[in-house]
Unconditional design. Structure first.
Length: 115
């Protein structure tokens, strides 16, 4: 399964990094602002830069445009451990409009789980 992860607040990047490390992903797509260029992980990922300061509808369109043609399957694992409500709504809406199904993924003490 492909992983799509949002990077916003730097203090939550370790959750995303751990999810990348411990999950079995066919492809990893990370979306974040220009600040996300500082993010590193143990596995190869594609970083798609977006302007997280945009208004809700514009941010959704930015996510949609960046993700178009990037997802191979019909479903993705999604990490929204980082970010705020506006960013989460915009990304979820963009994915659903592609269309692609969503499974929320998280890293817990038990390992990677679907929620």
């Amino acid at each position: 399964m492909e992983l799509v992860a949002l990077l916003s607040d730097e203090e939550t990047w370790s959750q995303v990094s751990g999810l990348i490390k411990h999950g079995d992903w066919e492809k990893i797509i990370v979306l974040g602002s220009s600040n996300a260029k500082k993010f590193s992980a143990e596995k190869k990922f594609e970083l798609l830069e977006v302007d997280l300061e945009k208004r809700l509808k514009d941010l959704k369109e930015d996510f949609s445009n960046k993700l178009k043609g990037k997802i191979d399957g019909t479903e993705v694992a999604l990490s929204i451990a980082s970010g705020n409500g506006k960013e989460h709504m915009s990304l979820i809406s963009a994915l659903l409009h592609l269309p692609v199904g969503i499974r929320f993924a998280a890293l817990t003490k038990e390992g990677v789980i679907d929620l």
